[in-house]
Design a protein around this ligand. Structure first.
Ligand SMILES: Nc1ncnc2c1ncn2[C@@H]1O[C@H](COP(=O)(O)OP(=O)(O)OP(=O)(O)O)[C@@H](O)[C@H]1O
Ligand SMILES: [Mg+2]
Length: 232
């Protein structure tokens, strides 16, 4: 059973968190004894140069990667204690992820891509499709429900991915360079959409980005440098 923690407004907490990789016998400290807390509903931008550890940190939060030491708390749940199976459930239910390269399933239609995480949770097809349709309408794709990802533009694919990230009503949205593969105008549109929908749904958003623009929209901006998060 996960250990309980008492602080309710804190949505995500790192305690003495460290992650290193060993390469050619040399230890690279990507995350070095990090202690940070994020509140429910906060919009957080993670910036930092390539290789600074943005993706590593997001993968630790989603349980795709595991810390070498320290703790990660998602609400009252200590991720360190969970099995791979439990982490899969956390990823499906409590964390919504938006990737740079969209990661849609090419053999599924738009509405099927968005309903899938809900159906994996045992929701009836008719209910999950209704929620997926509502979300797809919200992101401006109500008329593309039965299209397949390969006929959509990059911006449209990212809209589908945003709807998919929200379908199980997660506590937290993680976005790793969500606009990195889009032209400038589309990137701005998608950035605004992510911010709008996450604020509207009062989700915590942790977004890794190279875009300076996001700094104007975020509640908190951190630069990752030498394994630490430095507030702007
Ligand atoms: N599986 C791994 N094995 C060894 N080193 C790794 C591994 N994954 C990441 N690293 C190293 O950890 C560091 C941080 O990588 P990470 O991908 O988190 O950076 P990033 O900030 O996301 O960079 P980018 O902006 O290019 O996406 C890099 O030095 C990288 O080489
Ligand atoms: Mg990265």
């Amino acid at each position: 059973m996960p250990i309980e923690h008492s602080d309710n407004n804190i949505n995500l907490r790192f305690v003495n968190l460290s992650k290193f990789y060993t390469e050619a016998g040399r230890e690279i400290k990507v995350i070095d004894n990090l202690n940070v807390e994020f509140n429910q509903g906060e919009v957080v931008a993670l910036i930092g140069k390539s290789g600074s550890g943005k993706t590593t940190l997001l993968n630790l939060i989603s349980g795709i990667d595991h810390p070498d030491s320290g703790e990660i708390w998602l609400g009252n749940t200590l991720l360190n204690d969970l099995s791979e199976e439990e982490l899969t459930l956390i990823r499906r239910n409590r964390v919504g992820i938006v990737f740079q390269f969209f990661n849609l399933i090419p053999t599924l239609s738009v509405i099927e891509n968005v309903s899938l995480p809900r159906e994996l949770n045992g929701s009836q097809g008719i209910n999950s499709r209704a929620s997926a349709e509502e979300l797809l309408t919200r992101v401006g794709l109500g008329d593309r429900l039965n299209s397949y990802p390969d006929v959509l533009s990059g911006g449209e694919q990212q809209r589908v991915a945003i709807a998919r990230a929200l379908i199980n009503d997660p506590d937290i949205i993680l976005a790793d360079e969500p606009t990195g593969n889009l032209d400038e105008d589309t990137a701005k549109e998608i950035l605004e959409l992510i911010l709008e929908v996450t604020r509207e749904a009062e989700k915590t958003l942790i977004m890794a980005t190279h875009s300076n623009e996001v700094i104007n929209y975020a509640d908190k901006v951190y630069t990752i440098h030498n394994g630490n998060l430095i507030p702007e």
